[in-house]
Design a protein around this ligand. Structure first.
Ligand SMILES: Nc1nc2c(ncn2[C@@H]2O[C@H](COP(=O)(O)OP(=O)(O)OP(=O)(O)O)[C@@H](O)[C@H]2O)c(=O)[nH]1
Ligand SMILES: [Mg+2]
Ligand SMILES: [Zn+2]
Length: 259
């Protein structure tokens, strides 16, 4: 996945243009494939916007992993909760926890336009990659933000569930100038950042890192070790059992993929 390229038009008789230079990438978001190899997702991203909604039922583990992926690459992250025209009470406790951990959560409804001006403001002058499950409304958000975009969207039905309406990432300008854009990515069922579990624990899960500083052993994996401050924090509900389970699932995944 290349970085930005500088091009100049060829002579008028020609249709094309020539590549003058390829600039280095500022960053690269990657995922691991089924065999544990890193593959690129997107380059030169300022912000990873993880989209969730009350339907399809949120996969919070996917949200955690995307957030961890952004943290590991020092990319800003935000959670966009779309479809707020529907009752979202069932999401409240997870949202409160994410907010307490420092992840900004913006509530919008691309269908009614609620929260869209605030979202446009929050995403101005940066390149934002929209990610999340299929059907949460990523393309609908693009269309609400940039009415000329006409990104293809599709109804969520039993037939289409599991199919992805958007099949390739596409870049849409939010304002004139290359540095204000939104990239609509295809929906995914899974995502995991390439990292060791030590790295993921230290940098991908903010509260595991915070409490982990008080574990008895420096190399504590926060599983069965005595004197583990992370498990103590889970017992006293200062770390939610759901987030700890997310950490353990990622641990098991890395363990399975380890050579
Ligand atoms: N109720 C409600 N439905 C919405 C809203 N935004 C989008 N939808 C619906 O959600 C469905 C899926 O929207 P898309 O924008 O295609 O979802 P997507 O995330 O781009 O899906 P993929 O391209 O498959 O990853 C469509 O039927 C939209 O009309 C909203 O704010 N409220
Ligand atoms: Mg789409
Ligand atoms: Zn520990």
């Amino acid at each position: 996945m290349a970085g930005r390229i500088c091009i100049s038009p060829c002579a008028p008789a020609d249709d094309g243009c020539s590549v003058e230079s390829i600039e280095p990438r500022r960053n690269l978001l990657e995922r691991i494939d089924a065999r544990g190899r890193a593959e690129p997702v997107a380059a030169n991203i300022d912000c990873l916007a993880i989209v969730a909604a009350v339907e399809p039922v949120p996969d919070w583990f996917l949200v955690d992993r995307y957030w961890a992926g952004a943290l590991l690459k020092d990319i800003a992250a935000v959670l966009i909760v779309n479809k707020c025209d529907l009752a979202i009470d069932s999401l409240r406790s997870e949202l409160a926890n994410y907010r307490a951990l420092g992840l900004a959560c913006l509530e919008v409804a691309s269908l009614t336009g609620a929260g869209i001006p605030e979202l446009r403001e929050a995403l101005a002058d940066q390149v934002t990659l929209l990610v999340g499950q299929s059907g949460v409304g990523k393309s609908s958000i693009v269309n609400a933000l940039t009415p000329d975009a006409a990104a293809q969207t599709a109804e969520l039905t039993r037939d289409t569930e599991g199919r992805h309406t958007t099949t390739t990432a596409r870049w849409y300008h939010l304002r004139s100038g290359v540095d204000s854009a939104i990239v609509d990515a295809p929906g995914v069922r899974d995502f995991a950042p390439p990292a060791s579990i030590v790295c993921a624990a230290e940098r991908g899960f903010v509260e595991i890192h915070r409490f982990g500083l008080d574990c008895r052993f420096n190399d504590c994996r926060h599983l069965q070790e005595p004197g583990c401050a992370v498990r103590a924090a889970v017992s006293s509900e200062r770390i939610t059992a759901r987030r700890y389970e997310s950490y353990r699932r990622l641990y098991r995944l890395y363990e399975r993929l380890a050579p």
